[in-house]
Design a protein around this ligand. Sequence first.
Ligand code: GLN
Length: 463
Amino acid sequence: MDLVGTLEGLSQGRMALGEIIDGLWKRIEEVEPRIKAFLSLASPEDLKRAGEGLADKPLRGVPIAVKDNISTVGFTTTCGSRFLERFRPVFDATAVERLRAAGAQVQGKTNMDEFAMGSSTEHSAFGPTRNPHDPERVPGGSSGGSAAAVAAGEALAALGSDTGGSVRQPAALCGVVGLRPTYGLVSRWGLVAFASSLDQIGPITRSVRDCALILSIIAGHDPRDSTSLPAEPRDYTAELEGGIADWVFGLPREYASPELGAEALSLIDRWTSLIEELGGRVVEISLPLTEYALPAYYLIASAEASANLARFDGVRYTASVPGETVREMIAASRTFGFGREVKRRIMLGTFALSAGYYDRYYGKAQRVRTLIAREFADAFREVDIIFGPTSPTPAFRLGEKADPISMYLSDIFTLPSALAGVPAISIPGGRIGGLPFGLQLIAPRLQEGKLLRAAYALEQALP
Ligand code: GLN
């Protein structure tokens, strides 16, 4: 059952919060030893007790899982890193604050690639999360714990974060729904920064209507985030019905490339027919800069990460390793605290920003980013929605993508829209070899209402 269905059951008195919580914990006891989605968990008794006072609020005390790079009072916020193993924030992120104000409770914190750098959750310092559909496979990343918890029935819904695909790609690989909002629609206050010009918090849920509900609660202006848009609160659940008759859907040639293989291409054909059956029109479009999104993203995101992660020095917040001098202490602490992938990004980013290379790498990547944003804006003059696969393959095996480039390639379809700052959603689009394969829909800036309506129509039409 999804979150909206659960809330209906609670409001009609068909269910009690205690039963919901017991049901979730029964499932956690069964599957968590194998899946390992959570890094910390609330006690079910505490949730039941505190839930009694929340019965009149819209979310009625239901527990929601939160990715471990989103600050929460009462839990550690480790970012999947040794460095922050014992870090307990003294404030809630705005998104969490708003969920709590609406009557939700934090169920626990979910596993992730260290500092959200990765696409498989294998880069967590606390061990990998496994895909509920096949424990030999990864759940995707970096919000792999959130996606796996929702897919396995351990959580009703979760928050993740998406810098270049980390909500959508794990949602696709686990067979659930994941939304990346327009950059600036959801406050980043309390989200531990990876790449500030790209980071967005987004919901991971069992249904499109759940996604709409959570977005309605967490979206909106926040004066504590200087990049927060002046957006009015809006009820996205009220915009779901109505269908997609006469809407134009663009399928980029670059997103339906023959390299995807026969099964993925036949799913894309199926999506095309479904859109047409629902009264929409499908046109082929071209986004020729798609192939430049990956190099531009890894330069920009790594450059920003190298600056953002400078604060982790062994003095404040973090684990600390002693040294003879301050310099040695900082070096020893960072050597101990950061994993390999994080070190790689910091070095790449520092290099890209260094004198003599700044313009050649970082400056050029920024110009490419501007062109990619323009390419989307141009495309949206002709189409309402862009669609294609979320990720080129279904879930891969643990250890399969040992070299960084092969891992980075899992994000080729989620990076361009992230660079452009436009909203995108992944919904279950069918199966390949028994594993879930995600359908991604992309909309113009601040058109989440439209995006969710299209996703809802297709979700109802897909088996
Ligand atoms: N997989 C991409 C990366 O490693 C995106 C991660 C994210 O969105 N946080 O950077």
